[in-house]
Design a protein around this ligand. Structure first.
Ligand code: IMP
Ligand code: MG
Length: 177
């Protein structure tokens, strides 16, 4: 059984800060895409808590399509070897795609996804990221909406996992190196 790391976690972003920033992001996206056809594309699994809270606050008419990619080499960093795991139903070419991701670290996943989604001929592709870890970037990638810029720490909670666990922690915490 996996060791419980909950008591070792330090709070980086508490629930109140998450809520109020997500409210701001939703307001901005609702303004920018007013009266436009939107497909929200949460990236499974990490973005799911963020995507649901964001979606509930969007003042837009939109559909949702989920995409699942595998990118992790080990527990702490991306392998850079990325594949799409599900049969993504990129419905039509008359939508603005908004990718919703939990975190951008090296940038490999988001860069891959942006390229992959181009083949569905969307009207545009934007990215909405909860956490940006710019210090570890390897690939230059556009981030249109960013919740928080964070230091180079391994973070857990609010969708982000350690060994596929602890996603349900209702704040973003980190493990001290
Ligand atoms: P990238 O391809 O290196 O940008 O990594 C992006 C993916 O790696 C994210 O979608 C997360 O699933 C995972 N990831 C990166 N940093 C962390 C972290 O600090 N905690 C948990 N998952 C992370
Ligand atoms: Mg992820």
């Amino acid at each position: 059984m996996l060791k419980d790391i909950t008591s070792e976690l330090k709070v980086l972003i508490d629930k109140q800060k998450l809520d109020s920033r997500i409210h701001e992001l939703a307001k901005q996206i609702s303004t920018d895409f007013k009266n436009k056809p939107v497909t929200l594309i949460p990236v499974l699994k990490g973005s799911i808590f963020f995507a649901v809270d964001l979606a509930k606050e969007l003042d837009l008419i939109f559909d949702m399509e989920f995409i699942e990619i595998s990118s992790y080499g080990n527990d702490y960093q991306s392998s850079g070897n990325i594949t799409v795991k599900n049969d993504f139903q990129g419905s039509s070419s008359d939508k603005h795609f908004i990718i919703v991701e939990d975190i951008v670290d090296t940038g490999c996943s988001l860069s891959f996804l942006t390229q992959y989604l181009k083949k569905f001929n969307p009207l545009s592709i934007s990215t909405c990221i909860l956490l940006d870890k710019p210090e570890r970037r390897k690939v230059n990638v556009a981030t249109n909406y960013v919740g928080f810029t964070i230091p180079d720490k391994f973070v857990v909670g609010y969708g982000l996992d350690y060994c596929n666990h602890f996603r349900n922690i209702n704040y973003v915490g980190y493990l001290e190196n």
